[in-house]
Design a protein around this ligand. Sequence first.
Ligand SMILES: [Zn+2]
Ligand SMILES: [Zn+2]
Length: 333
Amino acid sequence: MKCANLHGIGDLRYEDIAQPRCEEDEVLVAVKYCGVCGSDLPRVYTKGTYHFPTVIGHEFAGQVVEDPKGELTGKAVAVFPLLPCFTCDNCKQEQYATCEDYDYYGSRRDGGMSQLLAVKRWNLLLIPEGLGYQEAAMCEPVAVARHAIGRLQVAEGDNVLISGAGPIGIIAGQWAKRFGAKQVYYFDIDPRKLEVCREFGFAEYTGAEKIQCVLEGTGHPAALEKCLEAISPAGRMVLMGNPMGAMDMSQKTYWHILRKELTVLGTWNSSYNSRQNDWQEALKEMALGGINVKPLITHVFPLEKVNDAFEMMKNKSDFFNKVLISMEVQDEQ
Ligand SMILES: [Zn+2]
Ligand SMILES: [Zn+2]
């Protein structure tokens, strides 16, 4: 069975490994597509992962090919990649994203850039009728964006400003519209990304618009400053972007929070529990057409070209939004 196995920093190999066996609480999934997440780039090139080798990939969907209980065989599934401990205080509250001792497909244990993976039943989501595997593989960014926009509490008629027009930013804009936003504005340093925004019917922020809600998705201090300047008094802001370093701000910027009496919140990952399940909502909304991720998929690489995909993304040799890896292998006899 073929996979993309990370043997060390900068050493990602397309190779054969033994086929996984599934336990009672697992099923065997034949992965169809796995997205390359922004976090996979540092995982491969600079930071590495918890142990080597590890099969990477945590944004994936596929078909159940073996179920020891015989219930799910043949079903199309997406996978929530986090495996909580179920015993810490946060888990007892079903706040699994903040579990103190979690496992994770594609970083702490083998993940989805693999032809087959044994997946716990608890982590499976059935893909609704009519939704393809490529879109279902994007369930994570859609769920993360939904969670963030949910935190923002967009009210009917609000203008929403999103800092960062990457895939999550564009999906967040679509959720904001679903939740009643009047218009969604963007700023981004990449004009090609702003072009994508326009294709989705969103506008570039000019500085003149009245902005009630802001989503900061870049983790850059300069963008944070711009957000705090743009927001109207009594506005709400959600911080989503992973910080690239220190998030210093000037005295003037800090004053915006005080003088405008802003509400500033954080968002982390997504909810996957009995009260709120951003993952189920994500699949449902994609199937209904309320969230459209198809135009965001700019590249699909076959698994044997996984290194080409990562090199392209690292060197930015091509304009890309979402890059998917297809597990269909060409060089098999
Ligand atoms: Zn991800
Ligand atoms: Zn826990």
